[in-house]
Design a binder for this molecule. Structure first.
Ligand SMILES: *Cc1c(COP(=O)(O)O)cnc(C)c1O
Length: 355
């Protein structure tokens, strides 16, 4: 090891899902939305003047914050925005998790949490989900330095009912509790109204999944104005101009089209429910998912074999080979037609396998 390497911050980075690019592929591996963003996004981008790009963007992202606050029925000082919810969550870890006690998140969950904890040197513990991959609320009733979990959880899709989240909040009035609602728009119940009651609750959402804007990078946090102020202090100590001019315009246009948003979410939910029935008929088992993906295992065919078989047909799903998830596949909900192609392939593959 070179002398200078002693002073390097060494980290094991998060591994994002692969981004293959084949013309005939069906991409069901990173929970993107199969439908295009709201039509207003295209108009907003077309109306941008290249000339204006010589100027810095608004550091307060006021256009976007205002549109989000109006659409979600909260005040502007209850909203923080960032470059995707990954940026928002990283800022939250840096801002709120500075105690000596370990923060808590489930053993099976979004795999960025332990990466940020390691990066920022935050102690953490990971209470195990039960054998059906459900969060056990009692695991979060002990002393800790903060709590974070997605709802619905990823990659399981399982929703923790609002009343159980409220119990967790009641047991944790002295630490910040973050609920990562990346998938909440696909039918789960949001805890957003609870920010009025709990001044230590942060609700994080993203434009990447339900608003079809993964490529634009927009995320947000809702919470008590004091929490939002602390977040902004850290943001301004790191990078003031996180949201560029294109992002602000596109994000505001997206939020203003509630009808399109509801229509596309509804279509995905319908396709998800259809896919659940078909997968069950084919011998797959899974907990009920309230997200835009299904986390499934097959009664006889190993997940890794299916993953490879699908891959050779250019159908990409996500496979987490380590630990308790080694025999599961996470399948994103695409268009109805994409899911019909997936099911037809599985039917044929599993049928031939039995002969
Ligand atoms: C996708 C995802 C995010 C991050 O999404 P961004 O694209 O960075 O907004 C955060 N949390 C969970 C649980 C996710 O699945």
């Amino acid at each position: 090891m070179k002398k200078w390497e002693e002073n390097v911050r060494r980290v094991v980075p998060y591994t994002p899902g692969e981004q293959p690019n084949q013309p005939d592929m069906i991409k069901l591996n990173t929970n993107e939305n199969p439908y295009p963003p709201a039509p207003g996004v295209r108009e907003a981008l077309a109306a941008l003047h290249t000339e204006e790009l010589r100027l810095y963007p608004d550091p307060a992202a006021d256009e976007l914050v205002t549109a989000v606050a109006e659409s979600y029925g909260v005040k502007k000082d209850q909203v923080f925005v960032g470059v995707g919810s990954d940026d928002v969550l990283a800022m939250c870890f840096l801002t709120f998790f500075n105690g000596d006690r370990p923060i808590l998140f489930p053993d099976i969950t979004y795999s960025f949490y332990d990466v940020w904890a390691e990066l920022f040197r935050i102690p953490y513990e990971r209470p195990a989900l039960d054998s059906n991959f459900h969060i056990r609320k009692e695991d979060y009733f002990r002393e800790n330095g903060g709590i974070i979990f997605p709802n619905p959880n990823a990659p399981t899709g399982v929703e923790l009912p609002l009343c159980e989240i409220q119990e967790i909040l009641e047991h944790n009035r002295d630490v910040v509790v973050i609920v990562d609602e990346a998938y909440v728009d696909f039918g789960a119940q949001s805890v957003l109204p609870l920010i009025e009651k709990y001044d230590n609750l942060l609700v994080v959402q993203t434009f990447s999944k339900s608003r079809s804007l993964a490529g634009m990078r927009i995320g947000m946090a809702f919470g008590n104005p004091a929490l939002i102020r602390y977040l902004n202090d850290v943001k301004y100590s790191f990078n003031s101009y996180t949201m560029d001019r294109t992002v602000l315009a596109a994000g505001a246009a997206s939020v203003k089209d509630q009808e399109y948003f509801e229509k596309t979410c509804r279509k995905i939910i319908e396709t998800r429910e259809w896919t659940k029935r078909e997968l069950r008929d084919l011998g797959f088992c899974f907990e009920d998912s309230m997200a835009n993906f299904i986390f499934a295992t097959h009664e006889s065919c190993p997940a890794e074999e299916l993953f490879q078989a699908l891959r050779s047909r250019h159908i990409y799903v996500r496979y987490f080979p380590k630990g308790r998830t080694f025999n599961h596949l996470r399948i994103t909900i695409g268009t109805q037609q994409e899911m019909e192609t997936l099911i037809a392939f599985l039917k044929e593959y599993l049928g031939q396998r039995q002969i």
